[in-house]
Design a binder for this molecule. Structure first.
Ligand code: DC
Length: 223
């Protein structure tokens, strides 16, 4: 990495692996900015639904993505995305968005546009960026790559607790999203060859955060 480039810590992993909580805590510990790339795919998905376009038709999705205005930046140390000047806020976490986001994020033009925005953020600050393809595609040159995983049972349990929803329904949605995210042609979810993989199934959040911080310090300061 050249001297004038800000540091990027890539944290990838499947849905409900605990990576968001961990990524936020690592950012806070290091006083780095925090970037949630899933929120960007969700914001574009929300806009597609808002405009009532057919989300199963990639051509319709591309036509919309080419015409909308996206403004990605930071607000109080966290990434924020405005779509045509509007912040969709909690609307990006709706059931309808959950259901459609894997389809939208599989469209190459959508990824192209959002990856360009994600790369541009590096010019502003050191950051912890979480997603699915940060270590493999967005910043393959960063030496700090972590892949957070957990067993399917634990992931279902965590998401069911978080949403107060039935385990059966959550299991179905997670299984479908895993399949979509891992098998899509464009930037599928996979572990970068040089990533440190952490199974968080039987670890607390502070334990995972500690592990990551130790790895970063060892690499950064050589011990
Ligand atoms: O992390 P999340 O559940 O909020 O992500 C929502 C969706 O966006 C997820 O189904 C996969 C997709 N995504 C992606 O394809 N690439 C990323 N870097 C981040 C998320």
């Amino acid at each position: 990495m050249s001297k004038n480039e800000n540091t990027v810590i890539a944290i990838d992993g499947p849905s409900a692996s605990g990576k968001s909580t961990v990524a936020k805590a690592v950012a806070e510990a290091l006083q780095y900015h925090y970037v949630d790339t899933g929120a960007m795919y969700r914001a574009v998905t929300w806009k597609c639904l808002e405009e009532k376009i057919d989300t199963t038709d990639p051509k319709a999705v591309v036509a919309l993505v080419e015409k909308i205005d996206l403004a990605v930046g930071f607000q109080t140390g966290k990434s924020r995305i405005l779509v045509d000047g509007f912040d969709p806020g909690a609307r990006i976490r709706s059931e309808a968005v959950n259901e459609a986001v894997s389809r939208i994020s599989a469209v190459p033009k959508v990824r192209e546009r959002l990856v360009a925005e994600q790369r541009a953020l590096r010019g502003h600050a050191d950051m912890v960026m979480e997603g699915r393809d940060i270590g493999t595609v967005v910043f393959p040159d960063t030496p700090y790559k972590f892949f957070i995983d957990a067993s399917p049972e634990i992931r279902v349990q965590r998401r069911a607790d978080e949403l107060q929803a039935s385990r059966d329904r959550i299991a179905k949605t997670l299984e479908r999203r895993d399949r979509h995210d891992s098998t899509r042609a464009e930037s599928p979810l996979k572990v970068a060859a040089d990533a440190i993989r952490i199974d968080s199934s039987d670890k607390t959040v502070p334990a995972v955060v500690d592990l990551i911080l130790k790895h970063i310090r060892t690499r950064h300061f050589g011990g």
